[in-house]
Design a protein around this ligand. Structure first.
Ligand SMILES: [Zn+2]
Length: 390
């Protein structure tokens, strides 16, 4: 395509995205309101809204003005016309596939068993879930914009393979490519789970189409992070921007899989926390039992909790100095102890905060992880495929 034509198409697409993003969160809006919120000219808004109506994204309705003047056209998202498919991994043997409305409400959701540990069985289960969603809402098929998948690892840029996967059998596998090969009819996209969460949280708190700078920290089997900086998802040159797993701020000098000692992931992951607790008590313990012991104020459990809260506080202080976000969110299993941990996170942060900043760090729990992950997958599909022009 001619470069000028291509650039014009790109600008048109971005402007349409702006308009749709605004209407998705504000029902029934006038042209004037869209102009004001998107900073687009009256002619551009008219033209693009007409196109979006023709393409089936918007409905237009007119409403008598109370002043008795000319009717104002009000735009709204057209009901049941465009949809997303979203896939999230529950664990090594189960995944969840959902059909979502254009406004990102879950319409149908199916948990699918992965019959055996292997990438082909994994793809089979994705396809099975997608088929169930399509069968549940047969009228939707023509309006499905694509499939978004939350990946339990990082997409390696050059080879397009999954690396640092929390699901071992998906390590080094070209998951997206394999799913796309076997799925005719829908386009597939995907991103790292923590990045999707950071985007979904920043979009949920959307203010006038600007993404708030947000950091999402996932403390679970592994340690994950998603960073929105200057209103954009931080990816870096190799899709590894912000990766914190091997930051040497651990206090116990544990040997990490990378060969070094003291990497923060060895001490802040759920496995690491339970290992430290079992060393202290002389017996192994489940996460649920550890949480219970903390709530019952068991001395050993509280000691471990304080240590982990302080390390988390250190980590958050470092991230705060580097990225200066508006808010942090903590998710993953560690959120079960959010209120207990946040006391120590706060104490550590108070010691280290810079004088020119507020001493109150905004750290919030993220409880609605599963739902936000699906919404984030829908956001990915929206960004990549909703407005593709041929
Ligand atoms: Zn390491």
């Amino acid at each position: 395509m001619d470069l000028i034509v291509k650039n014009a198409a790109e600008i048109r697409k971005n402007n349409k995205k702006k308009i749709l993003s605004y209407i998705q969160t504000h029902d029934c809006v006038s042209k004037k309101e869209i102009e004001r919120k998107t900073d687009l000219s009256s002619a551009t808004v008219s033209n693009l809204c007409n196109q979006l109506v023709q393409e089936g994204f918007l409905s237009v309705d007119s409403k008598q003005k109370s002043s008795g003047g000319r009717n104002a056209s009000l735009f709204t998202i057209r009901d049941n016309h465009k949809f997303y498919l979203a896939v999230r991994v529950i664990d090594e043997r189960e995944l969840n596939v959902a059909l979502m409305s254009f406004e990102k409400e879950i319409l149908h959701s199916f948990d699918v068993t992965i019959q055996e540990e292997g990438v082909e069985a994994f793809i089979d289960s994705c396809l099975c879930g997608i088929r169930k969603c399509v069968e549940a809402e047969q009228d939707a098929t023509g309006g499905i914009l694509g499939v978004g998948i939350a990946l339990p690892g990082i997409m390696e840029n050059e080879k397009e393979c999954l690396i640092n996967s929390t699901i071992p059998y998906l390590e080094s596998q070209p998951v997206l490519q394999k799913l796309q090969e076997r799925l005719s009819g829908f386009s597939v996209t995907g991103a790292n789970e923590s990045n999707i969460l950071a985007l979904a949280l920043a979009k949920r708190d959307y203010n006038d189409l600007t993404l708030q700078d947000t950091i999402y920290l996932h403390v679970d089997e592994g340690l994950g992070i998603g960073v929105i900086c200057n209103g954009r998802l931080l990816l870096g040159s190799h899709n590894r921007g912000g990766e914190i797993n091997h930051m040497p701020i651990g206090e116990r000098g544990r040997l990490c899989s990378c060969g070094q000692r003291g990497c923060v992931e060895t001490e802040l992951s759920i496995g690491g926390i339970l290992l430290d607790y079992s060393e202290l008590t002389g017996r192994t313990s489940s996460w649920e039992a550890f949480c219970q012991a903390v709530r019952e104020k068991d001395g050993n459990a509280c000691r471990i909790l304080e240590e982990k809260g302080r390390i988390l506080g250190k980590l958050i202080s470092i991230l705060d100095s580097v990225f200066d976000p508006c808010s942090f969110y903590l998710g993953g299993q560690a959120v079960d102890l959010f209120s207990e941990l946040s006391v120590y996170i706060d104490l550590e942060y108070q010691k280290r905060f810079r004088l020119d900043k507020s001493p109150q760090m905004a750290v919030f729990p993220c409880y609605e992880y599963n739902e936000l992950l699906l919404k984030g997958c829908a956001d990915l599909v929206f960004d990549e495929f909703a407005l593709s022009e041929n």
